[in-house]
Write a protein that binds this ligand. Structure first.
Ligand code: C2E
Ligand code: CA
Ligand code: CA
Length: 551
């Protein structure tokens, strides 16, 4: 035939230019792109037979799928550096002149060019997979999630979708108990089950943290899947385990204008899932938005508020029910912002997420010492005050030094200060608690067990440390409910056991005269509760300190 080299080269030029801008190797436009070159070469159809080193061979028609396989063809095997083989077959168009040796050389040259282009595509695809994908789980990564959400926002379609951030529960336990390979396999299967529900829009953020994008109508199915789905383990026992995740969900709206908006909502929701939800699943709604705004306000304004003097201590009297005398007080933090008193429940849990709570505790201790010093100077020598220390202090090696430093700086006698700490169940924390309670004891500062009866209280743990005071939670107090009889029995025993261990008992949250009578019967003299007073501002407390209450 003798191909017209000049014309063929210019067609080839155009061919390589267009193939270069192609995003996929097997593109619907291939027919148009291949046609001019193939016409010059007298080719009607191109087949490939791809044999990867691992996996099954794949047959593809890359040009002329409609054309029959003619009797005359030329075939060449190309081997890539990684060992994968591609066999190209070019079929001669019927009715065109025979191919001579020169033509065949040109055809083999064309196969080489296709092979190089295909190789280049494969490299680009791999780079994309590595940039936007997670090879282990075969899902997208954070960059892919960002890209996808950004496109949806640009196209004005984001409100059709819901999204979530989830963390697989107990994965490290599965790794430990069954081995890492089984752990990974279970995670893969758990993730695979989400593909059909999300049209494959699963993204790994790192470790066992993932994001999803799904059509809103799939919400219930996804929620049900993530809160508990049986997964095969391939072990003899257990054959199956119900896996679940901690999930923060959010239904996107037209108002979501940036990826940051959406990310901050699912991140906040997954935080809230940790603390606020029973099944580990939390949906970010208007309520949650108000909560998240409030958290942000607390986090961003707390330190400035300390400087501005917006934080202060209120004092709740502790009273001897037999004499009505104020025997001391608990200092409780209050944030007075724009004339409104923010109760601790609204900011302490937020400060406990960071070191900020420790700053607050030291501040309240300092403020309490300053107030006490004034009362002492006025001649009121006996009032003992307690201050709360959060668990977040455990692990601070300098804690004792800091506490004693604040007390001494203000010139308050050690025996007038009591530090309230809550119990702990873990061994590490217990060792820390031992160090602190012993240290306080040696310095002559009292230590009290706060909230006894909340959580896993145990007198066994308490007898091992030199505590001075047991503060019994109000959940032990009969209050007109069905199990009052039981509460009564437990309270009596706890009080007598604590007193037997040499601890002073204080009952918190006493509200009624019946409760006071009961405590008198049991022989427990000290109470703190609304029956006498709420936590009071300093000046009001000073009044009570002098006057006392009716016995
Ligand atoms: P808590 O240490 O158990 O403090 C006692 C809480 O019970 C106080 O709530 C008090 O107002 C409330 N209370 C007292 N008597 C009664 C009663 O008769 N009935 C009822 N229903 N409640 C009563 P408050 O002041 O809102 O403090 C809540 C919690 O915040 C405290 O519980 C404590 O855990 C924490 N907290 C307060 N101030 C500080 C602080 O300076 N540092 C730390 N780490 N935590 C603090
Ligand atoms: Ca307390
Ligand atoms: Ca308490």
């Amino acid at each position: 035939m003798n191909i017209n080299v000049q014309e063929y080269l210019s067609a080839l030029n155009e061919f390589t230019r267009r193939m270069d801008s192609m995003t996929q190797i097997y593109h619907p436009d291939n027919e148009i792109i291949f046609k001019p070159v193939c016409d010059h070469l007298g080719v009607s159809r191109i087949d490939t037979h791809y044999v990867p080193l691992i996996g099954k061979p794949v047959d593809t028609v890359i040009y002329g799928a409609e054309a029959p396989k003619s009797d005359v063809s030329i075939t060449s095997k190309e081997i890539a550096q990684n060992g994968n083989v591609t066999e190209y077959t070019l079929y001669k168009k019927q009715g065109t002149p025979e191919w001579d040796n020169d033509d065949k050389q040109t055809l083999l040259g064309f196969i080489k060019i296709m092979f190089i282009i295909h190789g280049r595509h494969a490299v680009i695809q791999m780079a994309k997979r590595l940039t936007y994908g997670d090879p282990q789980m075969n899902v997208g990564n954070l960059a892919a999630f960002f890209g996808f959400v950004k496109r949806l926002i640009e196209q004005g379609r984001v409100s059709e979708f819901g999204t979530c951030r989830f963390n697989i529960k107990r994965l490290s336990m599965y790794n430990r108990n069954f081995g890492r390979d089984t752990g990974t396999l279970m995670m893969q299967r758990f993730i695979d089950g989400l593909r059909p529900l999300t049209e494959n829009n699963v993204f790994r953020i790192g470790g066992d943290n993932f994001n999803l994008l799904f059509r809103k109508e799939k919400f219930e199915e996804i929620r049900a899947y993530l809160t508990g789905t049986p997964i095969k383990t391939d072990l003899v026992y257990p054959e199956e385990i119900t896996m679940s995740a901690r999930v923060g969900l959010y239904m996107c709206t037209e108002d979501d204008k940036s990826i940051d908006d959406i990310m901050s909502k699912i991140t906040a929701a997954s935080e809230m899932a940790r603390t606020l939800s029973k099944d580990g699943c939390f949906v970010f709604d208007d309520d949650a938005k108000a909560r998240a705004d409030h958290s942000r306000m607390v986090e961003s304004q707390f330190y400035a508020a300390l400087d501005k003097g917006e934080l202060t201590a209120f004092y709740q009297p502790k009273v001897d029910i037999n004499t009505g005398r104020v025997i001391g007080a608990e200092a409780l933090a209050r944030w007075i912002k724009d004339g409104r008193i923010i109760p601790p429940i609204e900011f302490i849990p937020i400060l406990e997420r960071s070191n900020a709570i420790c700053q607050l505790d030291f501040f309240i201790l300092d403020k309490t010492c300053k107030d006490m010093k004034k009362w002492i100077d006025k001649g009121n020598e006996g009032v003992k005050c307690s201050v709360n220390l959060s668990r977040m202090h455990l692990g601070d090696e300098k804690l004792l030094e800091k506490v004693i430093g604040i007390i001494d700086k203000n010139g308050v006698p050690h025996d007038l200060i009591e530090i309230e700490l809550t119990e702990t169940t873990t061994d590490v924390d217990f060792d820390e608690l031992r160090r602190i309670v012993n240290g306080l004891h040696q310095s002559g500062i009292s230590a009290s067990v706060d909230d006894f009866g909340v959580g896993y209280s145990s007198l066994t743990l308490i007898k091992d440390l030199p505590w001075d005071v047991l503060k019994i939670d109000r959940s032990f107090l009969p209050n007109g409910s069905d199990n009052d009889e039981q509460k009564h029995i437990m309270l009596r025993h706890v009080v007598s056991m604590a007193q037997g261990l040499g601890l002073k008992c204080i009952i918190e949250g006493v509200e009624t005269v019946d409760q006071i009578q009961l405590l008198k019967d049991i022989g427990c003299s000290y109470v703190q509760g609304y029956y006498y007073d709420k936590p009071l501002p300093k000046e009001q407390f000073e009044g009570k300190l002098l006057a006392g209450y009716k016995a």
